[in-house]
Structures are given as C-alpha cells and as structure tokens.
Design a protein around this ligand. Structure first.
Ligand SMILES: [Ca+2]
Length: 386
C-alpha cells in the first residue's frame, strides 16, 4: 500500500468518525470507501450497547440478532436496528477487567431446541474467576432464557488477574462438535499444561460430553476436553467454509499476534515460542519456531490486537469471498486476509483509526456487521457501494 493511499484511507476514517458521531440510530451511510476488492459504505446499524462482545443472527428469517454486552446483558437487535431491553436469564458473570458475558453461539438445531451457548467469565466460590461455557434455552416468545446451566468450567480459577479469558465458540460445519477457545488467564505456563483447561481450544460433542476421539482421551495426566494447546488469549474462532478447517486468532504479548489453523492435538507454542515481546520490552522467549510446535499461519508485530473473526462467504461483496476478516482493537481497524486453501496470501487494512472493533460477522443479507468496543457501543454495517 502506498503512503498516499494510507493518507487517503486515514482521512476517510476521520470523515467516517465525524459522520457516525453525528448520526442517530440507523444513521446515514458514509461516503463510499474504496478498497482493493470492494467499494462499500458504513452505516450505523444500532447503538446503545455497552461493550458488545458476541452476536448471532437468528435463523428465523427476521434478520434479528442477539448481542451480548460484556457487563452481563443479552439484547435482541431487530433488523431495523432497534435494541431491546435486557433478556432475563443470562448466566451470572464476573464482569471485571476483561471478563463478563462474552461470546454467544446458537446450537446447530436451535430452530427446534432453542438452545444457546454462552462463554463468559465466572467467579467461583473458592475464589477467583475462570472461563465458563454455559447453555440456556430461549423461550418460544424470545423474551427470556430458561434452564440456564453450566456446561464446562475451564479451570482452575485464577485469583490474581481478570484478564485473558479468550472465549469464542464455534460449531463444526456438520453441527456435531462445539469448539471453545480459552485464554491462559495471564499465567502463561498454563497454556502448556495438559491438566489445565486455560490457554486451549476445547472440543465437546453437541450435548456437552467429551467425544471419544479427542486427542488426549485416556491419558491420566491430561484433560480429555483439550483439542489443541499453547494458546495465549484467543478471541477469534471460525471454520473456513471452503476447507472445513478451524481457524483461530489470538493476542500476543507485544506483537506476536497470531492467526492459526487448528489441528488435532497440536501445540501452538505459547509461551515457549512467540514472535512477540513481553510487556517489559524484552523478548519473552528467544524461540520463534521449534520442532513439535505449530507456526502461525500469519502473525503481526507490532500488534493489531485481533478479537472476533469471520470468513466472508456472502454474495454482496464478490471480491471478498474467501477473505478472513478480523475485528481489531489496537490499532483499531478491520483487517482483511486473503486466503487460498488454508494459507494466508495477503493483507488489507480497512477503516484504520475508526473505532475499536470487538467482533465481525456476516449477516444473512451478505453484509458485514461490526461490534464496536465502546461504553456506548454500536453495530456498524458495511453495505456495497459503487
Ligand atoms: Ca503460537
């Protein structure tokens, strides 16, 4: 990218900030933003959400979505951008630091079961907090959650820090397995421990049981829920619709942010291997790569701080099909990675400097929706333009 293009994009971002700040719900669309493979406008689709973190579209044709707010609320956002009062019945959360009500996923059979999974920070009676997977059913009229229950605690709890929960959920395309990414709770050595569920990608069957073909089943020194390990703070998890592979994004120590293609039983290296620096400024480890540990498919130093990710498989932006989008926090922007099979082939940065982005998802209308990480958070929608 040339510097003049960078400048152009920066001034577009500033114009967008001004336009969006001045708008109310369903504000006017921005001027067209021209990118490498598509031209789009940004519309403020909804506002008034406190640190929205996870979202799903309901599969009932309404175009409505359910959105979590980190302090511990769930709201319905209608297709015209209206935000409902909080839906009662959400799991109890530890809303401190980076914790709270984080991701949400619909069961593959939601249309009949009404079942929803939540990932959240949870305080435990013995003290401290951990990353918890819970489930509940949405009532037939959609106004409340029922039967809220814990599925899995990714313990042991951490008493000293309220950070690094990870916390994304992804169902396999065949609907049989739930994958659940957990952060190492700022205790980096936990990511390498197989008797500990922090710093992992975990795999459960649809009913919450442990599948017998998980890689560490039957080992006395390991938890059978573990699918992969050596992860730091994974907040992005999505299946590649074309290859069927599970992709993950995690925040590195200082730089060393990663995108990984997740393989059964594999070790992704943290904290033994990293491209990044510790916050003290010293390299956390001298190893950038080691035999027996997976290299990232892509990495960033300096950081982009990736959170939610989504593969674009819609029809509205033909030039974006096959791209992986990453909502990034710092510096704030939308990153687009082009892919070929399970390889990353290029990177484009969009909406640089606009706003901290927590999550990105593709709507049933083929448009891209972005959750902003703000106290008065918003949902932005990217619409095609010419
Ligand atoms: Ca790694």
């Amino acid at each position: 990218m040339t510097s003049s293009v960078s400048l152009l994009r920066s001034s577009l971002a500033l114009a967008l900030i001004a336009a969006l700040a001045a708008s109310c719900a369903q504000g006017p669309p921005s001027a067209p933003v021209r990118s490498d493979a598509a031209t789009f406008r940004v519309t403020e689709f909804a506002r008034g959400l406190e640190h929205p973190w996870g979202a799903v579209f309901l599969p009932d044709g309404s175009g409505d979505m359910l959105v979590t707010e980190r302090p511990g609320r769930l709201r319905r956002v209608t297709a015209d951008g209206r935000v409902s009062p909080p839906i009662p019945g959400v799991p109890e959360v530890a809303a401190s630091g980076q914790g709270g009500l984080l991701d949400i996923a619909l069961a593959p059979d939601f249309a009949s079961s009404r079942e929803i999974f939540f990932c959240h920070g949870s305080a435990v009676p013995e003290g401290g907090a951990l990353t918890r997977l819970s489930r509940a059913r949405l009532s037939a009229d959609g106004t409340r959650l029922e039967g809220t229950a814990t599925v899995l605690d990714a313990g042991p709890p951490q008493r000293l820090s309220w950070e690094h929960y990870g916390c994304r959920i992804a169902f396999s395309p065949d609907g049989r397995y739930l994958f659940f990414a957990t952060g190492e709770r700022k205790q980096s050595e936990r990511a390498q421990r197989l008797d500990d569920l922090a710093g992992k990608v975990l795999r459960l069957a649809r009913d919450g049981s442990v599948p017998p073909d998980n890689p560490f089943v039957g080992r006395a020194d390991a938890r059978p829920e573990i699918w992969s390990y050596g992860h730091r703070n994974p907040q992005g998890l999505a299946f590649n619709p074309w290859t069927g592979s599970l992709w993950e994004a995690e925040l590195g120590p200082r730089g060393g942010d990663e995108v990984n293609v997740i393989r059964r039983g594999a070790n992704y290296g943290w904290p033994v291997v990293s491209q990044g620096l510790a916050y003290s400024g010293f390299r956390f480890t001298e190893h950038r790569s080691l035999p027996g540990m997976e290299d990232p498919a892509y990495n960033w130093t300096p950081s982009v701080s990736p959170s939610g990710i989504a593969f674009y498989d819609g029809a509205e932006f033909p030039g974006w099909r096959g791209s992986l989008f990453l909502a990034t926090l710092s510096p704030p922007q939308l990153v687009r990675l082009t892919t070929a099979g399970d390889r990353v082939t290029g990177e484009e940065r969009l909406l640089q400097g606009l706003v901290r982005m927590r999550h990105v998802l593709v709507g049933p209308d083929g448009r891209l929706y972005i959750l902003t990480d703000e106290p008065n958070g918003r949902i932005l929608r990217l619409d095609p333009a010419r």
